[in-house]
Design a protein around this ligand. Structure first.
Ligand code: ATP
Length: 458
């Protein structure tokens, strides 16, 4: 059974080094978290799996890594300066502030008062000064979504790659939102990571592509280990749509806090490329443009049939890395009773995303020949740089096994005196707890087979 409370996960994450509260030694900074030794591996594995499925295993995608700091005009013309707001209410009794649509029964969550102000818009973008002189105009925003980095590079990528419609640009990176009430561990934070695709299509073909991307993205989360029963689609009603969206379908995961969004797939139409084309025209950076009709529009691409320049429509699958980490930890977490009556906590992560792929354990940590054999086995296993393998001598063998069960390590390899004679090792499987004896030089292929995964959809 997956984790039933957030506390189980918070406790495991801190204890074993997945996730810590940000700036912890100074009392923290609300809405920030740091990924520890295991968290960084898990997060990297998720990002790599996403990159593989969406960039390497497709023929219609390019990658990008744009700057976090962008010209303020980007956010003016994208509409974020005006509309990237959440409704905020103040409690007149205790002065706390809440996101209006998160307030339950009209009551302040802190003191229970119903004496709340009317909602007013609060812009969630963080501002920072750029350059040594902080005059009124020298500020920039930290990006609240990675998407705009893709839109402003649309022409650069098309020119550099000669791409034709349909094609996409994929990016993974940090985003920042000054959330009114960050909460629920890494679910709602002020600094987080997004994995975003902007997929450019012919207007008119957008709805079919939208439906296809929803299916693709849902499927990908299941290949990573989320059960289909714990995922559902939410068709966002018109009055909840973001300012740029014609239609959005959210993928919800059943977290211990309830069904919540893990990814949103929006049909952004020609809103962004159109707005930036207009922005350039307003500023005299190009001739006056009118999206979809005017051949002088800068952010255009030839229509595949007519060859006339058009502003393409765009489908945007936008996933949160941190919400992905949380969902995968929830799903994998299990407390069970072993046949001998002992309790064990096991993280049944798919081996492909497990932070550590194998632990090499010495039967005796003070026997030099055994330690040497362990070290050379570890070197051999990680020689191709594909997997994180650790040397584990922090306790006895039983302790090593339970420690690695708890962090999801799929294999423990034990080196004993027999190893010195016949060059075989014991391989213990995390899920079944069964052990087999294997020649040392077959261990690499054995583990590699166990951790290999295909993420692409047929
Ligand atoms: P919510 O309604 O929960 O605030 P959203 O609809 O504003 O989310 P999007 O703008 O669609 O979110 O962002 C795309 C993805 O980025 C989300 O599906 C989520 O995984 C992630 N994300 C957004 N805001 C946060 C946050 N504050 N903390 C962690 N992840 C976030």
């Amino acid at each position: 059974m997956p984790a039933t409370t957030m506390e189980q996960l918070v406790s495991l994450c801190k204890r074993r080094g997945f996730i810590f509260a940000g700036s912890d030694i100074y009392g923290g900074l609300q809405g920030t978290y740091d990924y520890g030794p295991l968290g960084v591996e898990l997060k990297n594995n998720i990002k790599q799996a996403w990159w593989r499925a969406n960039v390497y295993e497709r023929d219609d995608m390019e990658g990008l890594d744009a700057a976090i700091l962008m010209n303020r005009l980007v956010w003016k013309y994208s509409g974020h300066e005006e509309t990237f707001v959440d409704p905020m209410v103040d409690c007149r009794q205790c002065q706390s502030r809440w996101r209006a649509d998160h307030v339950k029964n009209g009551k302040c969550e802190k003191c229970g008062s119903t004496n709340l102000t009317e909602p007013r818009p609060f812009n969630m973008m963080f501002k920072t000064a750029v350059g040594p002189v902080a005059d009124g105009d020298s500020f920039a925003y930290l990006r609240p979504e990675t998407a705009q980095g893709i839109f402003v590079n649309f022409k650069n990528v098309v020119d550099a790659t000669s791409r034709r419609l349909p094609f996409g640009i994929a990016q993974i990176g940090k985003a920042f939102r000054n959330e009114i009430t960050p909460r629920n561990f890494v679910f709602r934070v002020r600094e987080f990571e997004q994995m975003e695709i902007e997929y450019f299509v012919r207007p008119g073909e957008d709805e079919a592509w939208h439906a296809r991307w929803v299916e693709d993205r849902l499927h990908w989360w299941t290949t990573l280990g989320l059960s289909r029963d714990n995922l559902k689609l939410y068709h966002v009603p018109a009055d909840e749509l973001a300012h740029y969206s014609k239609a959005t379908v959210d993928i919800f995961y059943k977290y211990p806090i309830g069904w919540e969004e893990i990814e949103g797939i929006a049909n952004r139409t020609d809103y962004d490329l159109g707005s930036h084309s207009r922005g350039q025209a307003d500023l005299g950076l190009t001739a006056k443009v009118s999206p979809n009709t005017d051949s002088t529009a800068k952010l255009t691409i030839p229509d595949p049939e007519t060859q006339k320049p058009i502003v393409p429509y765009v489908i945007e699958p936008s996933a949160g890395v941190d919400r992905g980490v949380l969902a995968l930890l929830c799903e994998a977490y299990e407390e069970e009773i072993k046949p001998n009556g002992e309790k064990r906590t096991v993280l049944r992560l798919k081996p492909s995303i497990a932070p550590i792929k194998a632990a090499v354990v010495p039967l005796k940590r003070n026997a030099p020949e055994i330690v040497d054999a362990c070290k050379s086995l570890k070197r051999a296993l990680q020689s191709t740089g594909e997997m994180r393998v650790v040397y584990e001598d922090t306790g006895n063998i039983g302790k090593a096994y339970s420690r690695h069960d708890e962090v999801g390590t799929p294999y423990c390899l034990t080196v004993d005196f027999q190893t010195l004679e016949d060059k075989t090792v014991t391989v213990r499987d995390r899920d079944t707890m069964t052990q087999i004896r294997l020649p040392m030089d077959e261990a690499y292929d054995y583990i590699r087979k166990g951790i290999t995964e295909t993420f692409a959809r047929e």
